[in-house]
Structure formats: structure tokens, C-alpha cells
Design a protein around this ligand. Structure first.
Ligand code: WQD
Length: 342
């Protein structure tokens, strides 16, 4: 029998790519979203890519406990992947209460409903941000977490702890996998789904693509005096489709009872550090376009260098990042052109 996965925040950037991969792997997916930070564009794209017109879409807010209980009662949910959260690092500094309330409440409601059903498999979308500025790179899952540098980052760390505690308290009736994403970039090769930032993008790649297409005048490279080879920060840019596939491996591992512990954590990255300047140069080269850029002061809260040691996910889950940075940057450009109607 087909298994059913609930994807909270399933109409957003990562959620829509994960929905595609789950459906293509043979899962039934229930997409739930409150559309606070996205519109129907990606959900429509998911339907086109998968050829499925019948994907259930529930418009709901995960901060509404009753609605969360209802969706768990309405569908035979075998696993839930939780994306529904606010994610703007800078905004969270100025609106901590909003961020803690939204990101913690929505996840608590998921766990309460999972417990009420007698248990469930819960996959939480965590972030490399929990490692802070690491003393040693690459980071493994055993690298100690550091205090978060933003309320957003802290919500990730706190939700990790809440899931761990719930797994323990329910004696494994609730099972958990924490995926710590590095820097997800790019778009589906079909160019039918991708990132749709509202307003001025905070993240590097949407700013690059919007500058290349002429929506933004100039990209500021935040800091060229870091202790790295070219002076700019190093990150582990992970292709969004590769990242989405990791969720299929993780969900299958949970559903098929292959977990070694009731709460597991995996880094989802490539293991390959790329500097901000290298990324800009690679984008220009592979797409044959110029990205007007200038050096600007460092951005508060940025770490110098972080990349993943993805060995555990490679060995334990059988997942590996496969796409090259060039392929990913070409997909990001194709998506930008698609939304610009070009
Ligand atoms: C990458 C590099 C910037 C924009 C954040 C969150 C993380 C995760 C992903 C989000 C940095 C530089 C950026 C620009 C630049 N979660 N940059 N000019 O900060 O590594 O990670 O996004 O939902 O939790 O912290 O990603 O893309 O913002 O920045 O020079 O206009 O690009 O300084 O070195 P970051 P990013």
C-alpha cells in the first residue's frame, strides 16, 4: 500500500521540490501551507512536473492546533516533514517574538498531534546554522552546536531539542530525523518550480539571478577581508533537487524501520566549500551573463567558513549530492528567466 507523507509548508521553495521527489518515488503527499510567504506558483509547477492533478492541498496554519489535529485525522499520515516556518534571519532579530511563536508553536502542534495519534515519523528541517562558527571544518554531526546568532537560528536548535525530547518521552512512538541543510540553491531542471523571494532577497543566489536579469542594479559581496583564499566567505552550496532527494531517503528509512536510533541527525551538504566570489564567477561562466558586483562591508552574523562532512548521510542513508555547482547555477538562471517570462 502507498504510504502518505504530510508536507507542512509544502508550497514553498524546499517543500515543493520535496513533494515532487516524494511523488516520483511513489508516495502519496498531502501538501499543507498557509501561503504566508508563497503563492500557488510552485504548487501548480509540482502538478505539471508530476502530471498529478489530484495532490491534496490544505490551506491551513500550523499554529492552529485544531487544524493540525484535523489534518492528522483526515489523512492516514505515515510521516510528516515539517517546513512551515519563518526563515528570514535578519527579520528574526527585530521580530523575535513573532519568530519564536510561529516556529515553535507550529512544530509543537505537529508533535502534539503525532503523539495523539499514538506516534508518527517526524522529519524536521534543521540547518547548518546550529553549528555557528565552527572551530573545525568540515563539520560532522558530532561537531558541537554553538549558540545561535539569530532568533531564527535559535528556533532551529530549540526545535531539534524538542523533537529529541519527544522521541525520548514517547519511547520512540514518535521517531525523528533532523536534516541539517547547508546552503540550498538552484531550481528544478524543468524550471517550473524554484525560489520566489518576496522583496529584496537575503540569500546570495536569488540576488545573483535578479542582478543578472536586471531586477537589481548591483550585488554587494559582503566582506572581502575574511581569512580565506580570496577573502570571501566559504559555504557548502547544495542543489535543491539533491537536497529534496535526501528527504525521500530519510522518510523511507523511517517508514521501513531502518533507523539505528529513534532520533537521528544527518548533514545534508556536498562536502565541497565554494567561496562567494567563486560562485559568482561560476554563474557568469556557465550562463554567459555578467553579474554586476562590488565589495561591501561584512554582514553581521555571517560565519567565515562552513561546509559539511556528509559521510554519515552517504553511508547510512545511501544519499549523495550528485549535481555540479555549474548544473545548479544553470538551473537557477533558467528559473529566473522563466519567472521573468523570458
Ligand atoms: C551566503 C554567503 C553572505 C547575499 C542563510 C541562513 C541559513 C540558511 C540559508 C535559510 C554569505 C554572502 C549573501 C548577498 C553576499 N537558512 N552574500 N551578498 O547566510 O550562509 O545562510 O541561508 O533559510 O540558516 O543563515 O546564506 O545565501 O544569505 O549567504 O555577499 O547579497 O553569501 O555574506 O557569505 P547564509 P546566504
Amino acid at each position: 500500500m502507498k504510504k502518505t507523507v504530510l508536507v507542512s509548508g509544502g508550497a514553498g521553495f524546499i517543500g515543493s521540490h520535496v513533494t515532487v521527489e516524494l511523488i516520483q518515488a511513489g508516495y502519496d503527499v498531502v501538501v499543507a501551507d498557509n501561503f504566508s510567504n508563497c503563492d500557488l506558483t510552485c504548487f501548480e509547477g509540482v502538478k505539471k512536473i508530476t502530471g498529478r492533478e489530484d495532490i491534496p492541498l490544505v490551506k491551513m496554519d500550523f499554529c492552529d492546533a485544531e487544524a493540525v489535529h484535523k489534518i492528522f485525522n483526515d489523512y492516514p499520515i505515515d510521516a510528516v516533514i515539517h517546513f512551515a516556518a519563518f526563515k528570514a534571519v535578519g527579520e528574526s532579530v527585530f521580530k523575535p517574538v513573532l519568530y519564536y511563536k510561529n516556529n515553535l508553536m507550529s512544530f509543537l502542534n505537529v508533535l502534539e498531534a503525532a503523539e495523539a495519534k499514538g506516534g508518527c515519523n517526524v522529519l524536521f528541517s534543521s540547518s547548518a546554522t546550529v553549528y555557528g562558527e565552527p572551530d573545525v571544518v568540515p563539520v560532522t554531526e558530532k561537531t558541537p552546536r554553538k549558540p545561535a546568532t539569530s532568533p531564527y537560528g535559535n528556533t532551529k536548535a530549540v526545535c531539534e531539542d524538542i523533537l529529541r525530547d519527544t522521541v525520548f518521552a514517547t519511547k520512540g512512538a514518535v521517531k525523528g530525523i533532523l536534516l541539517r541543510y547547508f546552503n540550498p540553491i538552484g531550481a528544478h531542471p524543468s524550471a517550473l518550480i524554484g525560489e520566489l523571494p518576496r522583496g529584496v532577497p537575503n540569500n546570495l543566489v536569488p540576488f545573483i539571478t535578479q542582478t543578472a536579469i536586471g531586477k537589481r542594479e548591483c550585488l554587494s559581496v559582503f566582506g572581502n577581508d575574511y581569512p580565506t583564499e580570496d577573502g570571501t566567505c566559504l559555504r557548502d552550496f547544495i542543489d535543491i533537487v539533491d537536497l529534496a532527494k535526501a528527504h525521500v531517503y530519510a522518510v523511507t528509512r523511517m517508514i521501513e524501520g531502518k533507523m539505528k536510533e529513534d532520533c537521528e541527525v544527518f548533514n545534508i551538504g556536498t562536502g565541497r566549500p565554494v567561496s562567494v566570489l567563486e560562485l559568482i564567477n561560476a554563474f557568469e561562466k556557465v550562463n554567459g551573463v555578467k553579474v554586476n558586483h562590488k565589495f561591501a562591508p561584512r554582514r553581521a552574523g555571517d560565519v567565515t567558513a562552513i561546509w559539511a562532512d556528509p559521510t554519515l548521510a552517504n553511508k547510512e542513508m545511501g544519499w549523495k549530492a550528485t549535481r555540479t555547482v555549474e548544473e545548479t547555477l544553470a538551473s537557477a538562471w533558467a528559473w529566473e528567466k522563466h519567472i521573468a517570462g523570458k
